[in-house]
Design a protein around this ligand. Structure first.
Ligand code: CA
Length: 230
């Protein structure tokens, strides 16, 4: 899951990014309205955390602009010091999905982001399954035959992307976009190495789904038992 955090206070921005990365998200930072527009043009985000008082304008302007786009907009959580009831109303009316007032408690922000992403059509499901493999996207837990297996945060994200496209090819670019933010552009074979590790861990745990490589195209997660039956 890839998030955009629009926040002009550098210290808070870095705190936000760190906390959300530890929660398993890829996070890009934008320091103003224009910067955020640039990010939204070139990358696709599953959700946006939006400060309102920005140096080059008001976050509400950006929010209204997002809502005017033809594509379904990502869910937006407003994170602001503006705490008057009329400010909340203005934010929600402009199309925000949630509103949190500073100062805030970081775990609350993370859990509200997860709640937003669990909504219908949002990026975060609750339980993704294939064969004997289950990924609980809230707990970030992966189970094979009901027993937990140990995956890194990125391996879990990679598996989640594959599970969401099970039976269809996940292009390499989409995988890279979903796992890495701009600050952590992977080395040329980082994806291959990660896929290799994930494949090995799944095999060792006795998972029936397998990760297939389609050279030059992408990756595919398919259940071995289905494949055998064909
Ligand atoms: Ca601000």
């Amino acid at each position: 899951m890839r998030l955009l955090a629009v926040e002009d206070e550098p210290e808070l921005a870095v705190l936000l990014q760190g906390a959300m990365q530890r929660a398993g998200f890829a996070v890009d930072l934008a320091a103003g309205v224009e910067d955020a527009e640039d990010h939204l043009r070139v990358a696709s985000y599953d959700a946006v955390v939006l400060d309102l008082g920005l140096p080059d304008g008001d976050g509400l302007t950006l929010l209204r602009e997002l809502r005017r786009r033809p594509a379904p907009p990502p869910p937006v959580l407003i994170l602001t010091a503006r705490d008057a009831p009329e400010d909340r109303v203005a934010g929600l009316d402009a199309g925000a999905d949630d509103y949190l007032v500073k100062p805030f408690h970081m775990p609350e922000l993370i859990s509200r982001m997860r709640a937003l992403l669990r909504r219908p059509n949002a990026a975060l499901g609750v339980r993704l399954e294939l064969g004997n493999l289950v990924l609980d996207t809230s707990a970030r837990a992966v189970l094979v035959n009901g027993l937990p297996i140990a995956l890194s945060l990125r391996e879990t994200t990679l598996l989640e992307l594959l599970l969401r496209r099970q039976g269809r090819v996940l292009p390499r670019d989409a995988l890279e976009q979903g796992v890495y933010d701009f600050d952590s552009t992977p080395g040329s074979n980082a994806i291959e190495v990660m896929v290799h590790r994930l494949r090995r861990k799944l095999t060792e745990a006795g998972a029936t789904p397998q990760v297939h490589t389609l050279r030059g195209i992408g990756y595919l997660l398919a259940d071995r038992e289905e494949a055998d039956a064909e």
